[in-house]
Design a protein around this ligand. Structure first.
Ligand SMILES: NC(=O)c1ccc[n+]([C@@H]2O[C@H](COP(=O)([O-])OP(=O)(O)OC[C@H]3O[C@@H](n4cnc5c(N)ncnc54)[C@H](OP(=O)(O)O)[C@@H]3O)[C@@H](O)[C@H]2O)c1
Length: 305
């Protein structure tokens, strides 16, 4: 296991640099977060992705301080939840986030998802991100789960092109039209569920696992490619993201898997292997927007620090 930062870097549209491979903490229990974040940093990760709605920002900050790694050496990203959308509300969401994290600036602050049926509040929230950026409180701003039409609506009412759109992206859900749009606009594609977590963990987004659900970890093509390199399916998928220039933020609370997911810098996939993984796309995505979902999500409040 390497303890060096051997991760290739990516450069955002404002010149800010981040490591291509990061570490996510969705569904990481708050009481475990400090420990696993410190483990990830000791392993060599230098980019952590959290969110107000994960309720574990405090643990991320604690793990960062416990690791002994310098603040300026770690790229910290968090998300504003939709109940905090609106200009003033989002300015305050920043205050809550940095207080929980115990930090005095963020590397990247993104909107967790659009409020498709209340887009004016999404615009207000994004304008607050622009203000935070202008004030030097965040080094970059972006969005998550934005769909094609959301970018037009955003551009009509705001100034700064988002640096990042964090979207569901794994071999079975590649969102190619969205990736194409990101490339045209200069937005970095950041993959959530990069090893297809949503295809195998039971959860509120994927619904309960059933007999028809296919796990990316058991895909025969990915398995065969991995066997040829002496690598696991998770490692193949993460290598696929990094070789195609995306940011990927796998989550694990298991030290062995935290190390496994980081051990992807000593092999390369061939063009043919990349094509075979590209061909696994189903065109599907678990993401769905609806007035009912928006109503449900906005009622879910983020506590004060
Ligand atoms: N913006 C959004 O709406 C959104 C939505 C979802 C996720 N995210 C972000 O993206 C990050 C990653 O996505 P994700 O957590 O959905 O999915 P993921 O990283 O693709 O997969 C995580 C799941 O895979 C397991 N796992 C991890 N490494 C493994 C390995 N090497 N072999 C086998 N199983 C492994 C984990 O279990 P163990 O922990 O037990 O290892 C967990 O169940 C999140 O943590 C979060 O930061 C954002």
């Amino acid at each position: 296991m390497t303890t060096e930062n051997t991760i290739p870097n990516l450069t955002l549209n404002n010149g800010v640099v981040l490591p291509a491979l990061g570490y996510g903490v969705f569904q990481t229990p708050p009481h475990e977060t400090a420990k696993v974040v410190a483990t990830a940093l000791e392993t060599g990760y230098r980019h952590i992705d959290t969110a107000a709605s994960y309720f574990n920002e405090a643990g991320v900050g604690e793990g960062l301080r416990a690791s002994g790694v310098g603040r300026e050496d770690v790229f910290v990203e968090t998300k504003v939840w939709v109940s905090d959308f609106g200009y003033e509300e989002t300015l305050h969401a920043y205050v809550k986030a940095v207080a929980k994290l115990g930090l005095d600036y963020l590397d990247l602050l993104i909107l967790h998802q659009p409020l498709a049926t209340m887009f004016d509040r999404t615009i207000g929230a994004y304008r607050a991100l622009e203000q935070l950026y202008a004030d030097g409180k965040v080094r970059a701003i972006g969005v998550s789960n934005f769909q094609l039409e959301d970018f037009d609506n955003l551009a009509d009412a705001t100034e700064i092109v988002p640096a990042v759109n964090q979207i569901e992206l794994h071999p079975y859900a590649q969102q190619k039209p969205l990736q194409q749009r990101h490339a045209e606009l200069g937005i970095l594609t950041q993959a959530w569920s990069p090893i297809g977590g949503i295809t195998f963990y039971p959860g509120f987004m994927s619904g309960e696992t059933d007999d028809t659900q296919r796990s990316t970890l058991e895909d025969p093509v990915i398995g065969e490619i991995g066997s040829g390199h002496g690598k696991t399916p998770a490692q193949v998928m993460l290598r696929w993201h990094v070789q195609q220039g995306r940011s990927a933020i796998p989550k694990s609370v298991n030290p062995g898997r935290i190390a496994e997911n980081f051990d992807i810098f000593d092999f390369s996939l061939t063009d043919d292997e990349l094509d075979r993984i590209d061909a696994l796309d189903t065109g599907a995505s678990a993401w769905m927007a609806s007035a009912e979902m928006d109503e449900r999500f906005v009622s879910f409040e983020i506590p004060e620090a």
